[in-house]
Design a protein around this ligand. Structure first.
Ligand code: IPM
Ligand code: MG
Length: 357
């Protein structure tokens, strides 16, 4: 048995706790069945943490995250906290964790299960076998650039979109390496017809491509990329882009797969220590009703096992169980299907575990 690994679960707000409960059940299950020697801890984050401690990212949570080998985060935010000061908002916890753990590489796969082609917002033939990986730079760009703020007279506000060569290069390398393991094509997305920061982005990606002669690099402007994702998503294999563009494009890609409730993500630093989260948010409107789809959170556990713990078999077992459940026609409420195919959040979790057995 390997050395003990510590996983920190941060359920957070809205549907976060519900989907994390199911993900945790799956993690506990594969931990036993695959002898992974993982121990699990939980901590507060987001609005919930603000209520209890006055801070969206309490020091205890941050320290626990720094000490653990991987973090699973549910979701943060909700209307309760909309009027809070910007630095107290639940979203700051997420941004704080990303920055403090240096999780610069965000991997957002958009894979369509063949059983869900009818759930996509595009015609089934446009998305059948879709398997796309969006790599989003996560600790730089306009999300973190300084200066930022409000002018003194409050009549204007500003953020700074800034990238250094180093920041572009390190996310570029992650993307080229991912492309090498897949179809060997990489599309870099920017806005180089308008933004200086994108001109630098394009220069660095082009320069970097000399180190990866087996990968075919292309560049695309972000507005066109948004359109192409909806027109013909299967033209893409790996896409790499900055923080803000990646935020937007990954939501578009998510919808192609039928529901944002299906998509996991991994945010990694240079040691592959990572934070894993469903791409969806806290969905306060359906929270606590058993309507949420736990698959994105469960697939996030599968990504954790693969990327942080090199436990490929356990990871694949989870993915296969989910496919099996979907192939039998079971759905959650976000997915299209007859009413009698619909399972609650915990019923879906239990079905997936049943298949793992
Ligand atoms: C995401 C979310 C976050 C982001 C928000 C909640 C801060 O939309 O992870 O995509 O913008 O990065
Ligand atoms: Mg987003």
């Amino acid at each position: 048995m390997d050395k003990q690994k510590q996983v920190l679960i941060l359920p957070g707000d809205g549907i976060g706790p519900e989907v994390c409960d199911e993900a945790k059940k799956v993690l506990i299950h594969v931990n036993q069945s695959h002898d992974l020697n993982i121990s699990i801890e939980e901590s507060l984050v987001g609005g919930k943490a603000f209520e209890e401690t006055g801070k969206p990212l309490p020091d205890d949570t941050l320290n626990a995250a720094k000490k653990s080998d991987a973090v699973l985060l549910g979701a943060v935010g909700g209307p309760t906290w909309d009027d809070l000061d910007y630095h107290l908002r639940p979203e700051r916890a997420l941004l704080g964790l990303r920055a403090e753990l240096d999780l610069f590489a965000n991997l957002r796969p958009a894979i369509l299960s063949k059983h869900l082609a009818d759930s996509s917002s595009l015609k089934p033939e446009k998305v059948l076998n879709l398997d796309l990986l969006i790599i989003r730079e996560l600790t730089g760009g306009i999300y973190f650039g300084e200066p930022r703020g409000r002018s003194e007279n409050k009549e204007s506000a500003f953020n700074t979109m800034i990238y250094s060569k180093n920041e572009i290069e390190r996310i570029g390398r992650v993307a080229f390496e991912a492309a090498q393991k897949r179809n060997k094509t990489l599309c870099s997305v920017d806005k180089a017809n308008v933004l200086e920061v994108s001109v630098l982005w394009r220069e660095v990606m082009t320069e970097l491509s000399k180190d990866y002669p087996d990968v075919e690099l292309s560049h695309m402007l972000v507005d066109n990329a948004a359109m192409q994702l909806v027109r013909d998503p299967k033209q893409f294999d790996v896409m790499v882009t900055g923080n803000l563009f990646g935020d937007i494009l990954s939501d578009i890609a998510a919808m192609l797969t039928g529901s944002i409730g299906m998509l996991p993500s991994a945010s990694l630093n240079s040691d592959n220590t990572g934070m894993y989260e469903p791409v969806h948010g806290s969905a306060p409107d359906i929270a606590g009703k058993g309507l949420a789809n736990p698959i994105a959170a469960i697939l996030s556990v599968a990504m954790m096992l693969k990327y942080s713990f090199d436990a490929k078999e356990a990871s694949l077992a989870i993915e296969n169980s989910i496919e099996e459940v979907l192939s039998e026609g079971f759905r959650t409420h976000d997915l299209e299907g007859p009413q009698d195919s619909k399972l609650s959040t915990s019923q879906m979790g239990n079905k997936i575990i049943e298949k793992l057995n």
